[in-house]
Write a protein that binds this ligand. Structure first.
Ligand SMILES: [Zn+2]
Length: 323
């Protein structure tokens, strides 16, 4: 089994992401060309991607201690999945479906704009809003900054990053980052269903992939897309490297100087800089009420930097394919 896994590891490392990206692009091109029923295509495609990456993650973990455990799933992930299910169905998957449905009859400034102009506009606008909302959640001061960080911190409390961990977050944070920027924005702009379909498919692919606990190496694509090699740094306990605020693209991180990428290296530790100041991530009620409690931590990631590891201690990645 180990020999087979070692044999397959390079295909996973260098092939899994390009394969799914090519698959999504091919489905998008065909669906738009043939004007398929976008709602019918969207669900199976996203569920298939999710299943594919869950299996890959199970068989080819980058670091076992960063992977999902049965305990984590029962005591944390499942609770957040159910909770956020109330807010947005099965995570981003349903958000995308809502966006396509709302686009069927949407009116707005982009409704008569050709597909090839409307698509980059919705991507850039959504990414811009996401980038700044996310960055301000980490770096903004004052009462607003503290509130934003306390809602966003729920997503950073786990000391590991894996596919289903993507759904771990405060509903208020998900409301802003997913529902407003992904489900509401395209129909509000008047995007046609084909534009919205491509937008939500590519967005969802990167939502799933970016949190993957697998040794994915995508080379120059890391400079363009939010992939595990760059997004993992966003979850580092070292605040000097916990950047990369982009959701799908690295465009605004490149533009505003928050892009961190060290090929062949991994962050030492994942989570928040000072976990003792926060409730356990499995104590869901405490995590959810954190933004509203006076004794809640007042520091966001950037402000806790003085106590965090500020030297760049990194170690090369070591996939656990042989163990
Ligand atoms: Zn964050």
């Amino acid at each position: 089994m180990n020999r087979l896994r070692n044999f397959l590891q390079p295909f996973v490392t260098y092939g899994a992401y390009p394969f799914t990206l090519a698959l999504c692009l091919a489905v998008c091109i065909y669906a738009v060309w043939r004007q398929l029923d976008f709602q019918a295509v969207y669900g199976p495609l996203v569920m298939g991607l999710m299943a594919f990456y869950l299996v890959i993650e199970l068989l080819f973990p980058l670091k076992r201690e960063w992977g999902m455990t049965f305990q984590d799933f029962i005591h944390r992930d499942m609770k957040f999945l159910v909770l956020n299910g109330v807010v947005q169905g099965m995570g981003q998957a349903t958000v995308g479906w809502i966006a396509i449905t709302l686009s069927l009859d949407s009116k707005g400034p982009l409704q008569n704009v050709p597909f090839y102009f409307a698509l980059p506009i919705v991507f850039i606008l959504s990414e811009f809003l996401h980038y700044w909302y996310h960055r301000l959640s980490h770096e903004f001061g004052g009462r607003v900054g503290k509130f934003l960080w306390r809602t966003h911190a729920a997503h950073h409390l786990p000391d590991r990053v894996y596919v289903l961990m993507h759904a771990v977050g405060h509903p208020l944070d998900l409301l802003a980052m997913n529902i407003l920027m992904m489900a509401i924005l395209p129909p509000l702009l008047g995007c046609t269903p084909d534009v919205t379909f491509v937008f939500v498919v590519i967005s969802n692919l990167h939502g799933i992939v970016s949190h993957l606990n697998v040794d994915i190496r995508a080379g120059w694509l890391n400079y363009i897309f939010s992939l595990p090699e760059v997004h993992r740094y966003h979850h580092s306990t070292d605040v000097t490297e916990a950047k990369n605020y982009g959701s799908v693209w690295m465009l605004f991180d490149q533009l505003f100087g928050t892009f961190v990428y060290r090929p062949g290296e991994l962050p030492l530790q994942l989570g928040v800089a000072e976990p003792a100041k926060y409730p356990e991530s499995t104590r869901v009620f405490a995590v959810l009420t954190m933004p509203f409690r006076p004794e809640a931590p007042n520091e966001n990631l950037s402000q806790t930097g003085t106590n965090a590891t500020t030297e760049n201690h990194h170690r090369p990645r070591s996939p656990e394919s042989g163990s």
